[in-house]
Design a protein around this ligand. Structure first.
Ligand SMILES: [Fe+2]
Length: 339
């Protein structure tokens, strides 16, 4: 889709020349001849970038920009002033109002195109960061919905996310894999939303049928994520976090490195947090005791290499800030639904 540019300039020949240059460069251009008209065009269809003169009749460029900023929501629209006036005071005013740049008149075609391209590129980066943040907020909301139903988890999900991130960084995962981990770990128990309250918070031992239903949370969660394109990469976290290295886990009973690395990593992070916090029938272990338990289960329940890597990052002190997040007493009323 073509980027839309609004040019506001009272010099007719200049505005038409600029429009031709930018249309040739592949942009969709709208023109206005003063600030008031510029504001009307802006309200009709928000452009991707505004280029404006400073001195104009009816409303000057500064007032127009000020008004646009007040009316606009979301990431600030890129704004470029073109002016013969480029005194220090003008530049300060423009910056205070959030203009991105001043292009002094006269300027050449290529200079104009370069300035426009640079503003639009920068805006895309800022906008993308904002979209990612919005995405993460949605994921956090979902994770909180899961926690709210599960009586004992407390801040479990947040700690597990941080343990998993620390482990993945030690494994040199790239930024994209870390970004997926960031939301995948938060959503790993999403499928618990499909488990009835009475079962999720049952305080006695579960029957065989109840276990079968409880174990469905992995597949149910994966099915829920499959409906949402941008959350789909999190499926391995949701589906494989209860698989075991020796093949006795669920839902698929995969063995060793057949288990996606996302699931193996979550299993270590999840277990370490379970061992070091209050659980239904046990008091917390110290981190050292928990690491010994992980070592005992390395090669049967957990990936031995990941257990060793996790121990190494603990010894380097990297887990201390996460361990400090653990409350001294049970976070919620204990329940028996550890799955
Ligand atoms: Fe789970």
């Amino acid at each position: 889709m073509k980027s839309r540019i609004l040019i506001v300039e009272d010099d007719s020949s200049l505005v038409e020349g600029m429009a031709l240059i930018l249309e040739d460069a592949g942009y969709q251009v709208t023109i206005a001849h003063n600030g008031k008209e510029g504001l009307e065009r802006f309200r009709g269809q928000t452009p991707d970038l505004v280029i404006s003169d400073v001195m104009m009749d009816e409303m000057d460029g500064f007032h127009m920009l000020d008004q646009m900023r007040k009316e606009q929501a979301g990431s600030p629209l890129p704004f470029l002033f073109v002016s013969a006036r480029s005194s220090r005071a003008d530049m300060d005013t423009a910056r205070r109002l959030g203009a991105d740049d001043f292009l002094p008149k006269p300027f050449g075609a290529q200079e104009l195109i370069n300035a426009v391209r640079a503003r639009l590129d920068r805006w895309r980066v800022v906008h993308l960061a904002g979209t990612r943040e919005a995405h993460l907020q949605t994921v956090i909301l979902l994770a909180k919905a899961v926690e709210a139903r599960d009586l004992y988890t407390g801040r479990h999900v947040e700690r597990v996310r941080r343990y998993a991130l620390a482990l993945a960084r030690a494994l040199d995962w790239d930024d994209e894999a870390l970004a997926v981990l960031d939301f995948g770990s938060l959503l790993h128990d999403l499928g618990k939303l499909s488990i009835p309250d009475a079962l999720l918070n049952k305080t006695g031992p579960l029957t065989e049928d109840e276990w079968l239903l409880m174990r469905k949370h992995t597949e149910n969660g994966a099915h829920m994520l499959d409906q949402v394109e941008h959350l789909r990469p999190a499926i391995p976290y949701v589906l494989a976090h209860h698989e075991r290295w020796d093949g006795t886990g669920y839902p698929r009973g995969l063995t060793g490195t057949e288990i996606p690395i996302e699931g193996r990593l979550m299993a270590v992070a999840d277990a370490f947090d379970a061992l070091t916090t209050w659980r239904p029938y046990s008091t917390p272990h110290t981190p050292e005791e928990a690491l010994l338990k992980l070592r005992d289960g390395a090669g049967s329940q957990w990936d031995p290499f990941l257990v060793e890597t996790f121990r190494a990052i603990f010894e380097r002190g990297e887990l201390t800030p996460i361990l400090d997040m653990i409350d001294d007493a049970p976070e919620r009323t204990p329940a028996a639904s550890e799955s």
